[in-house]
Structure formats: structure tokens, C-alpha cells
Design a protein around this ligand. Sequence first.
Ligand SMILES: [Zn+2]
Length: 545
Amino acid sequence: MKPQMSLDDVFLLIQSWLDRLVRRLRLGRAPVPGRKQLLIVQIDGLSRSVLDRALAEGRMPFLRRTIQRGGHRVVPMSVGMPTSTPAFQMAAMYGVRPDIPGFHYHDKRRRRDVYFPRAGDAAWVEQEHATGRRGIVAEGSTYGCVFTGGAVNNLFSFAVLKRPTGSGLAQALSAVVVLVWVIVKSSMVSLAAIGRALLGFVADPVDAPRGWKLLAIKVAISVWVRELFTLSASRDLYNGVPAVYVNYLDYDVVSHAYGPRDRRALRALRSVDRSIHQLFRTARRVPEHAYDIYVLSDHGQAHCVPFDRLTGGRRLERVLFEDFLCPGGAHEVGPSRPEGRRVAAGIKAIRSGRAPGIVQRFLNYLEDDFPWLLGELKEAREQGGVRVICAGPNAFVYFLDDAAPLRIEQIEARFPGLAEELSRAPGFGFLLARASNGPVCFWRGKRYRLDELGEGPFAGRADLALVMQGIGDLMAMPSAGDLVIYGLEATNGNTSYIAETGAHAGPTEDEMQTFVVASPHVRLPERITHPLELYPRFAAYQDTA
Ligand SMILES: [Zn+2]
């Protein structure tokens, strides 16, 4: 090895050798002449405006070359509401208008919470929405997606290993080669990252605990997972798998932690760019399989302040119940029990952060990391027949005595003036509710109809019609809360109800406006106004089978 050879050079050398090996081991179906195949590369969480900036600053050199010299087009896309991965993928993969109001919500009719990271929830939602529909990835593979899109092929599926035919063995062998390479490369890159971090922590020991947490995420998502996805998808391309959907999570994860324009988030785009390069190169090597590649994003992110920073550590669920829905807990601790009241008031003061100190810090710690010790799920709380769920820059309030969505008049009958009052409080942006003639919006103490939104929180938006459409769609979802609270466009700026600096689910321009990068010979409209429009185009790749 030449001494000036960098780690990257070594990897490139081994990788080209490995590419050839995997290619030799490929035993996919013979290409069908004239048939086009589909590769979708999703960069999770990347808005159009951050993409433009990354391209201009040279942070995604491959994608920039592809656009400038390769003739690929950047087609603007508006992703509808809510701006979150499950809603986007359900619409794009199945062409179904989703009842998925957020990343975490409650289904009043079935009395169950849906929380996408929890095992089984995504599968249940996919079954509820898509039974009987053909997904765009049928007979294909998905990596890093919320839903399967009907995909049947998985890289290390037991079906391949249990059938020891010649092609099965070769496929298993090439899978093993890929896996071993992912392990070797990822271990070396991880060690290099840990080494660099150690040097950094020696220089700045104060920031070390936060640094370790990020490092763990970075190494897991950005090294191991990305490598595995890229090599697995490359192997699919060599094998001529008809449809592949790979989702890179690196940028979204770092952007949640530090904000969508933070240098650490932007830096994550460079590695994603390298992976995209690798996939394009692989597709070029197998022209007989005729892949059309789409690079797209499912939503962007808005820079936010976490809500509990405005309230001395109190989370939204607690503020809603203590200050608005059950004022003072007066029903439990009446004047006949003054002691109880004092104790309760003391606990309330401690929890509200007005009695700072070790006890408060301990309670905050319990609430953040062990909420079930305080009798509740993190980010979900129920009291007196009202359930509150925080999902991001959005939160849902459900009145459980009625399984159908309530109209604003019914909410006012229970809590007069609640929506107006909330919309004036710090950390609250706009609130949405249903009325007999369509959705209503409350912002800074004032009530707006859908057609008046241009005079309210969305004044001056060039894409106002899409915002109105998105809010109409969201409030038509049966699972959206009776009250939908957004922390966006609050007096203090954008607010998120969970601990994050970058957030999404709302209608700000950065969240809603993304892109599709497509090759010049595929037909796409000038602009896409909803991911539902992608479905027939992607599904067409299946029809030619
Ligand atoms: Zn996200």
C-alpha cells in the first residue's frame, strides 16, 4: 500500500473488486427487451431550499454533475399534509389518500395509539390502507422505508437460503460477500470516526456526553445502515430486481438533532451523495436492465425551539392539563383538604420548574426517560376522558367520549374559548379544528376560515392554495385530533413539542416543498403538487412486466 493512499482510496479499490465479484455472482432474471425498471432513492427530510443550497455549496458534487451535465431535471414537488414519511410513502407507494395525520396519533374508533417506531404499528397501518392495492415495489425491494410497498425480495431472506439450487447458492454467496464487506468497511470507518471523536472530546470535554450520543447515532445510521442499504440495493440492480426503493435517513436524523441548516446536517448530505453515485454507477454497468432512477425527498424540516425550553421544563401534555384542561387540579384537592392542596401545589411548583433544584432535575429526568414511572407514556397523556399526543411540531387533542371527530362547537361546549386561549399562549402557533362548513384555524387569538388563511398565519405564501388544500386534507382524516395544535408560526418562532431542533409535519414552505430529480427521458409534469401523482407513474413500471 502506498503511504499516501487514504482510507477512502483503499475502500474504492476494494469496492471495485467487490463490485466485479458480486456482478459475476449475479443470477437474476434475463432482462426483458424494452422493459424499464425502477430505482427510487429517497433523501429523507431534505427540503428543496436546502437541496439548492447543498448543490450551490458543492456539498453534493455527484448530484450537481448529474443535473448540470447529465441533463437530469429538478422537478419541484409539494408533498401535502402532514409533511411526514408515513403519509408520503402511503400516497406514493399505493396511491391511497392516507388517514395518517402524524408520526404518532390516536385512533378514537379503535381506541389505540399508532406510533410508527413501535413494532407492528406500520404493518397494521399498511394493512388497513393498502389491502387489495398493488404497491409500486411489488416483486422488488425496499430499504429504510416505513412501508414495504408490496416488496417481496429481501436481501437475506430465508427463502433464498432454504432452497439450495445453484442460483440460490450463488445468491446466498453474493449476499454473504456483501455482508462481509459491509462489516469490514463499516468497522474501519467506525473506528476512524471514534478516533476523531476522541481527539475532539479531549479538546472539548464539556461537550463530550452529547457528542457520544451523536456519535453513536452517526456511526449506526450513517455508516452501517447506509452502507448496507447501498450495497444491498447495488446487488439488486446487478440482479435486475424490477423495483427498488431505498431511503437514506442520515440527513433527517442529524437535522432533527441540530436543525436543517446546521453544518453537521449538511455534512451528512455528502455521504448520501457518495451512495447515490455508487447506485448510478452500478445502474450504468447493467444497461440491459434499463433502470430509471428518481432521487426525491418526502418532506423538509423547519428549525424549531423545543417547547419545554419555553416553560421551564414542562412538556406540552402537562401544560395542557395543568393550565387549560384541569385548572389547578381543584377537583381532587378541595378546600376541605388544605394539606392535600399544599402538597399538590408544591408538586405542581416543582414540576413547573418554579422550585428549581435537585428534585426538579430528578423529576424532569424521570419524565424524560422513565415516563411510565409517573403513570404515562412519553408524549401521550390521558386524563378525564381527554387524550393528548405530541408528535413533533404538532400535537393532537382527542375527546374520547365521542368516537367521531368533534366539531368546534362541541369542543366549545366542553371548554369555552379553549382554542382562542391556546392560540395566544407562548409556544403555540396555529390550531386547527373542524366546523360544519370546513376546517377552522385559530392564530394569535383570532379565528380564520380556510379561505381566509392568507390573511392569517400564511400571509404572503406563494403556495397558499397548496397550504389550504393540505390543511383541508389533514382535517378530513378521521384520526386527526379534535384539536390539532401546531407550534409553527408561534410568536416565539417555530416550536416543537418533542425534544428536537429540526421538526416536520406542518405546512411551512421548507417542510412542504421538496423535489424529484429525474433523468431527461422520463415524462414528469412541470411540478408535482401531491405524492399521489407519483403513484401512477411508478406503478406503470409494474404494468410492463
Ligand atoms: Zn424526520
